[in-house]
Write a protein that binds this ligand. Sequence first.
Ligand code: NAG
Ligand code: NAG
Ligand code: NAG
Ligand code: CA
Ligand code: CA
Length: 258
Amino acid sequence: MEAIYENEDFKHSSINTDSHCKGSPTVHQERAVTPSKGTKVLLIVLSVSVVIAVGGLCVLGVLYFNKHADSESWKVQYNMVLRQLSDQDIDNTIMEKNLEELTANFTTVRDQLSFYKAKSCHLSKDGWTVCSRMFYFSPDKQNWSKSRDVCISKGADLVTIKSQEEQDFLVSKIKETHWIGLNDLETEGRWVWVNNQTLEETGVKFWFESRQKEPDNWKVEDPSGENCASLGDGNGNLHTWFDGSCKKQKKFICEKKY
Ligand SMILES: *[C@@H]1O[C@H](CO)[C@@H](O)[C@H](O)[C@H]1NC(C)=O
Ligand SMILES: *[C@@H]1O[C@H](CO)[C@@H](O)[C@H](O)[C@H]1NC(C)=O
Ligand SMILES: *[C@@H]1O[C@H](CO)[C@@H](O)[C@H](O)[C@H]1NC(C)=O
Ligand SMILES: [Ca+2]
Ligand SMILES: [Ca+2]
């Protein structure tokens, strides 16, 4: 077997030499180009190395391509997420706006409702349900002038009391003192309603009367006296009127036409 190999190698070598060199080859030359066993091994190793190198390059190329493709798809996904996020931002802004609007609407409706709930209705002798005016009982406390401002901002004014029925109705609705639309701010001792009507004109008054009579324009707490009227006082007397310092914080009753 070895002999055949040697022979073939030799022949091959010899042909090669012949084709490359025009001169007749000598044995010495032939021997020099004949690959030894070591060279063969080297060649095989080299071929294998080349194959491995090319394969490696291919693998690297594929890896690079994949990585590139991955980064492309990652970019696409990133942009998609960004878009979704900004869409969500817009959604959130719209939702926030809606919430604000809803809150505003709710406040309006709630105010409206508290007016309706406090609507002064009674059955008249001939069977009509009479609801002439609406009342608003504030949940919060303010001084007298601020209370009036709040009522006016609601298209109303502080309440005026012109009859026993009205007085009784309001008394039945309160559990603590409330500002009403009566004052003697302009002229001491001359009590007028916010619609400029005097007590003489309306014909009714419900001042607290006991040993101490109201209005007394008491000046101990507030040197400017007591120029604003409330239904009820701080001591649980809720059936009559008291004059008090206009700077005091009280709940208040607004009134508007139905
Ligand atoms: C708030 O009320 C206004 C007018 O009454 C209405 O046009 C609007 O749609 C309401 N907003 C919401 C969020 O309900
Ligand atoms: C009450 O009188 C004042 C001036 O004294 C006036 O400014 C106001 O408009 C009057 N209010 C009403 C409801 O007539
Ligand atoms: C009433 O309260 C408002 C704010 O709530 C204030 O600006 C005003 O000065 C107060 N007026 C009096 C007479 O206390
Ligand atoms: Ca007074
Ligand atoms: Ca008083």
